[in-house]
Design a protein around this ligand. Structure first.
Ligand code: AMP
Ligand code: GLY
Length: 413
């Protein structure tokens, strides 16, 4: 039996922990720092790598990293130096997400289909370029910005405002001192996530998230307001996606940056070709909630196989044929300012077939309170996506707090 330490505090980490709690091979599960729905929580932040190492040594833990920030900080490299087992990519491999410029150059070099792009490191040259570019164009901060550093610019006015925020107002700090400007692609989007041990891959079931804050994909980009799995795609596209990810893993390995962990490609389908909009070096949130709800095999077997370089000897996972829909319940005002510390009613429902994953919550003497922008993720399962969405909304409607907000169209298109 092994103990597991899950680093992070979101719905993704709750869902990973929930799934791992079904494993017969795991004794204790710890979350650092966790949230109001996870236990056992330990009071160490995701960027306090020294304390996390101490905890993992003392409690003999296999560590799983949920979010990108500790990966960017090199948590995996530091754990490995202490001979601790940890699931996730090294700091260099994590550049696939932590630098859009690194990632775009990698894709260009190895012919991974992606939008045409230019790189800028100052306001004047970016301004000159946008003034002569035909719109729409997409402007992206190079560094990590929690999904909020991407601007779809339909007009020159939009572009000027994006450049103003990035270079002049420096709203994204260091993450926005260099930018990518790329062509706008149109098509169906999906999230394609695979597990890798550095050489082999095993795809997870397909999923999709809803990035914008308002119904019909209007308003600001967020971390994700809902998700579903599976996304129906034909075999030809499935094969193309799998081959493309296998290529990424092959070239990462060949260039001495083998990638171990969840590799997430944000995909847009155009003329039957999958284009990569971005890579993430971790599970998606809230895609993870929908995917884990459908995974029937023991997740631990796959995570340990990645760390041990044994993925090619591991059988393909089994999946529930039902559809899953995850509705994110947020605090009104997210992704900007929102209230915290509001009492949540109804999230202790006992459910047979549905799941309530906590994110921005905290528990204060048995009372669950809001503590973040995205507060809960409610997953419904059904024989088709419509039924899964109906279930997710039925549960969601029983949960209440003062400034609760959710989209009303998750899973419906
Ligand atoms: P990213 O964080 O790079 O995935 O971008 C966030 C969202 O912006 C994506 O999920 C897309 O909806 C949109 N987006 C990003 N790049 C492009 C592009 N080149 N063309 C069209 N939409 C894009
Ligand atoms: N749902 C998008 C992300 O995890 O980055």
């Amino acid at each position: 039996m092994v103990n597991v330490l899950i680093v992070g505090s979101g719905g993704r980490e709750h869902a990973l922990g929930w799934k791992l709690s079904q494993s017969t091979k795991i004794d204790k599960i710890y979350f650092a720092p966790g949230n109001g729905g996870t236990h056992v929580n330990i009071d160490i932040n995701i960027d306090d790598i020294d304390q996390l190492i101490k905890f993992a040594i003392t409690n003999n833990c296999f560590t799983i990293v949920g979010p990108e920030i500790p990966l960017k900080l090199g948590i995996v490299d530091k754990f490995k130096k202490k001979n601790l087992k940890i699931f996730g990519p090294t700091q260099t491999a994590a550049k696939l997400e932590s630098s859009k410029i690194w990632s775009k150059n990698f894709m260009q070099k190895y012919n991974i289909p992606t939008a045409k792009f230019e790189i800028f490191d100052n306001y004047n040259s970016a301004l000159k370029y946008t003034q002569s570019a035909s719109h729409p164009i997409v402007i992206k901060a190079d560094g990590l910005a929690s999904g909020k550093g991407v601007f779809i610019c339909n007009t020159l006015t939009d572009s000027l405002s994006a450049l103003d925020n990035l270079f002049l107002k420096q709203k994204f700090g260091d993450a926005g001192t260099k930018i990518v400007i790329e062509e706008y692609l149109q098509g169906r989007e999906l999230s394609y996530i695979v597990l890798s041990d550095g050489t082999s891959i095993i795809p997870m079931e397909t999923s999709k998230d809803y990035k914008r804050i308002y119904d019909c994909d209007r308003g600001a980009n967020t971390g994700g307001m809902g998700s579903y799995s599976p996304v129906e795609i034909n075999v030809d596209i499935q094969n193309k996606l799998q081959k493309m990810m296998q290529n990424v893993i092959y070239y990462m390995n060949k260039t001495n940056t083998p990638f171990v962990g969840f590799l997430y490609a944000g995909i847009i389908l155009q003329n039957n070709t999958p284009y990569v909009l971005e890579f993430n070096v971790r599970m998606g949130d809230p895609e993870c909630q929908s995917i884990m709800a459908r995974m029937k095999s023991d997740l631990y077997d796959y995570l340990i196989a990645c760390v041990d370089g044994q993925l090619s000897n591991t059988p393909t996972p089994k999946w529930d044929q039902k559809h899953a829909v995850c509705v994110v319940l947020a605090s009104d005002g997210y992704p900007n300012n929102y209230a915290k510390n509001e009492v949540i009613y109804g999230c202790n429902l006992i459910l047979d077939n549905n799941m309530i994953f906590h994110a921005g919550t905290k528990k204060i003497s048995d009372q669950i309170m809001t503590n973040g922008g995205r507060v809960l993720g409610v997953v419904g399962l059904g024989n088709d996506r419509k039924l899964a969405a109906i279930q997710a909304y039925e549960i969601s409607n029983q949960i209440k707090w003062k400034s609760k907000y959710s989209r009303t169209d998750i899973g419906r298109y």
